[in-house]
Design a protein around this ligand. Structure first.
Ligand code: ADP
Length: 498
């Protein structure tokens, strides 16, 4: 049942509209006074109005973040106190977990139970994991190779990179905000975070909790706004030392160009078109269910969606049929309907984009095994779709659709090199799945697939400790794990003649 019953706190939060932005520890209106609506994609109704950040607001936030970084209490805070603040924030998120999950489900459309069981706890855990690192950031002492011993004392310091701009997408709004904020805060940076214009609400609620946790003013600034002008203003701002971006490869490239002015450091987590490979010797029952999940979870709006499904020839017919059946049984509906497994797409624009990809596939000769159409007339629901008769020249095979659409293709297990070539023949390299009981084959393939993450006999498994990021045009740098910290640190070598 979808009765849209929300917690009183959520109701109050939504009623307090237009929602202000967080700059220098205060909730403020945009300087222009402009606002924009954010919608519930299940009902197409406006949830709230939000003040729209533009360049002049970004300027204000950069000044606040710079002041906090260079001169504020944040500049003098001990790592232990930074860690405690992050732990306090995680505790507050836990206290308000239901509320965060409801806001996320309303704003993004995803099933409430998914927000509750995955997005929110994973975000909390990420803050806790990164809080642990705040006190463990160390340089080295360096023995020289050219000078005689004891001639020089040399060591490295790891210093925070400074003021960081973070631009995030709408598919996992709270989780992406957490992936970005937590390492920046652990390392001592200050932040200007721009949530996606489609889903600004959980980032704003998180901002309230950040203030409540006691982070000093200016450390985290949250500015909802559009790619142009707000995102672009962050990307080319000379007062920003580093930008971390998650989104499409196309926008990622425009950020690279915009960042040239002051050569700011960049990390990019971009698109994917990930191969999911099922061999006949796999645990097929598990592989079938997980292949459907890999493709359709979060309505396929997932950068590591297993959107190219390679199935060994001799089980191709049987598995395509079984996965089609699974796809048909998935219950598509409002996130607040407890039966829903798949929510709506994020927007009318996304619905149009996904539909036109499917149409282009059909024009190029693909066959629709299931789905391929919008469901209903209200809300941006799209049926889980499986395409067969696909070939490598099709747009549906090469390009990221960001919707519940999977292309199924057969492969010959005797020709491993051909399979590897197929797995690697897109511009992307974010993730891959391999399903087999043959461990040698699994590891052989894992080594040859050009992807930042390879899942063997599982898919979409993340952990705060496991680095995540892309090969090729799927991005630069890694998020999570201790590797992410390097993105927010710079190394200073200090050399003393003794
Ligand atoms: P998607 O295709 O998933 O919507 P985008 O790459 O368009 O992803 O958007 C991801 C984030 O990038 C959003 O916060 C969006 O506002 C922002 N963005 C879009 N265009 C630009 C741009 N030119 N410069 C900076 N940020 C942008």
């Amino acid at each position: 049942m979808d009765n849209r019953t929300v917690l009183p706190e959520v109701e109050t939060f939504l009623k307090d509209s237009p929602k202000k932005m967080l700059i220098d520890g205060k909730w403020v209106e945009s300087l222009s006074g402009n606002t924009f609506p954010t919608y519930d994609p299940a009902t197409e109704k406006i949830l709230a109005l939000v003040y729209e950040a533009r360049k002049e607001d970004v300027d204000r936030a950069v000044n606040a973040a710079r002041q906090a970084f260079e001169h504020g209490t944040w500049a003098r805070i001990s790592p232990s106190d930074r860690s405690k603040l992050m732990m306090r924030l995680a505790d507050l998120m836990e206290t308000h977990a239901e509320e965060l999950a409801q806001i996320e489900s309303l704003d993004n459309g995803k099933p409430l139970h998914a927000a509750k069981s995955s997005d929110v706890p994973a975000s909390i855990e990420l803050f806790r994991y990164m809080a642990g690192w705040a006190t463990k950031i160390e340089g080295n002492t360096i023995p020289f190779s050219l000078a005689s011993p004891n001639r020089y004392l040399a060591y490295t310091l790891k210093e925070p990179i400074g003021v960081v701009g973070q631009i995030i997408p709408w598919n996992y709004p709270l989780l992406m905000a957490s992936w970005k904020l937590a390492p920046a805060l652990a390392t001592g940076c200050t932040v200007i975070l721009k949530p996606a214009e489609q889903t600004p609400l959980t980032a704003l609620r998180l901002g309230e909790l950040i203030v409540e946790a006691g982070f000093p003013e200016g450390v985290v600034n949250i500015l909802p706004g559009f790619g142009e002008p707000a995102g672009a203003a962050i990307a080319n701002h000379c007062g920003i030392d580093k930008v971390a971006f998650t989104g499409s490869t196309e926008v990622g490239k425009s950020i690279v160009r915009a960042a040239v002015g002051n050569l700011k450091k960049l990390t990019l987590e971009l698109g994917g078109k990930s191969p999911n490979i099922i061999f006949a010797d796999a645990d097929l029952d598990k592989a079938i269910g997980e292949a459907a999940n890999a493709a359709f979870i979060n309505s396929g709006q997932n950068c590591c969606a297993g959107s190219r499904l390679f199935i060994e020839k001799k089980i191709y017919e049987e598995l395509t049929k079984a996965i089609t059946q699974q796809a048909k049984e998935l219950r598509v509906g409002s996130g607040f309907d407890t039966n829903s497994q798949i929510g709506p797409l994020i927007s009318a624009e996304q619905l149009q984009r996904v539909s036109s990809y499917v149409q282009s596939g059909i024009r190029q000769g693909a066959e629709v095994g299931c789905g391929g159409v919008r469901i209903g007339e209200k809300g941006y629901f799209f049926a889980p779709t499986l395409l067969t008769n696909v070939h490598a020249q099709m747009k549906v095979y090469q390009e990221e659709i960001f919707g519940p659409v999977v292309c199924a293709l057969p492969f010959d297990a005797e020709k491993e090199e051909d399979l590897i070539k197929m797995a690697n023949e897109t511009i992307y390299g974010l993730a891959a799945g391999i399903w087999t009981r043959d461990i040698s084959k699994a590891h052989r393939l894992a080594a040859k697939i050009k992807a930042g993450t390879v899942w063997i006999n599982c898919y979409n498994v993340d952990d705060p400790a496991l680095p995540f990021g892309g090969y090729k045009q799927s991005g630069w740098g890694r998020e999570m794990g201790h590797e992410v910290l390097e993105n927010y640190l710079q190394t200073k070598s200090v050399c003393v003649q003794l």
